[in-house]
Design a protein. Structure first.
Length: 319
């Protein structure tokens, strides 16, 4: 009997851990923060956040619409409430008119346009790399590592989390360039994995393949994390970078190149790849094969942005 109880407790612990890991870390963190806000709202009106009344949920959405939040953020807050209640065995019908009709009106009032961080252009990428190579304020290890992060991140359309989770075992240099295995990503939660292929660039100065090989040769890394923390003295740590580090590294080198980093983030490398390749004529299937996007919606936004002036009707007139 005692053994059966121990087995049950072990299974219970593993089950709870499986549920906890069912979503990406950043997604779970966002849901947690969102639901905490709903808890505070419910405290102020003396209502229950769990087994929440559908009318109270709708009032909360109206409350959020007055706080200058994006519509996408309001929708995510609703999802966090639904998820938290579902985990507690309660169902919230988001299709109920009290919620659904209110959301439609909120959407009309505040709009649903998504304004993301700006993509890095090829011109700015070159400026960043040229200045990085001449930067005497950082040690040689950081210089080689940062160059590899920026060029590989851009050329592969990588997410920040994908970059920092790269392992040495996932990299294979071949005649044509380098093959990089992504074991898991935001849109591949079941770890089916897929391979990104980065070819050699004609200009070796900006080649991600050469930059990555230079970093591995310099760092002597032969296993586990490829992109690691480096001390002020230049010592390479065994600890991998955080995804936030990618954004900070990019912003630092943008500033050094006299570029305003305000509206850029680590995601700017990924969106920069998509926009630059779309501008060069790459079709959405080719772009998606590299970025790993599962739907065409976001990729088509990049293509549309790239073609704003290329296919502009005003190009047909001459004044």
């Amino acid at each position: 009997m005692k053994n059966e109880i121990n087995v049950f407790k072990t299974l219970e612990t593993e089950t709870l851990e499986n549920i906890r890991q069912s979503r990406a870390y950043n997604t779970s963190r966002a849901y947690k923060a969102d639901f905490k806000d709903f808890i505070n709202f419910c405290k102020n009106i003396n209502k229950k956040p769990i087994k929440a009344d559908i009318k109270d949920v709708s009032i909360y959405l109206t409350y959020l619409s007055k706080k200058n939040l994006k519509f996408s953020t309001i929708k995510r807050r609703l999802v966090s409430i639904v998820v938290a209640n579902r985990m507690a065995g309660n169902h919230i019908d988001t299709k109920h008119p009290i919620i659904n009709e209110n959301l439609k009106t909120i959407k009309r009032k505040i709009g649903a346009i998504q304004i993301g961080k700006k993509p890095i252009s090829l011109i700015d990428l070159k400026k960043i790399i040229l200045k990085l190579n001449d930067n005497k304020n950082i040690n040689i290890n950081k210089k080689i590592r940062d160059k590899a992060i920026i060029l590989v991140g851009f050329a592969g359309g990588f997410r920040r989390s994908e970059l920092v989770n790269l392992n040495y075992q996932d990299i294979e240099f071949v005649k044509e360039g380098v093959k990089i295995l992504l074991r898991k990503s935001k849109t591949d939660q079941y770890s089916e994995g897929f391979v990104k292929a980065l070819p050699h660039f004609s200009n070796s100065y900006f080649c991600p393949v050469i930059s990555l090989k230079n970093w591995l040769d310099k760092s002597l890394i032969k296993n586990e994390s490829v992109f690691r923390k480096i001390s002020k003295s230049g010592k390479i740590s065994n600890n991998q970078l955080t995804d936030q580090s990618v954004a900070l590294i990019l912003k630092y080198h943008m500033s050094q190149a006299n570029l305003d980093p305000t509206n850029f983030s680590g995601h700017s490398l990924r969106s920069g790849f998509a926009t630059a390749t779309a501008n060069s004529g790459a079709d959405e299937r080719s772009i998606m094969a590299m970025t790993g996007h599962k739907s065409t919606q976001m990729v088509r936004r990049y293509i549309k942005e790239a073609n704003l002036f290329k296919n502009n009707a005003l190009n047909k007139i001459d004044i």
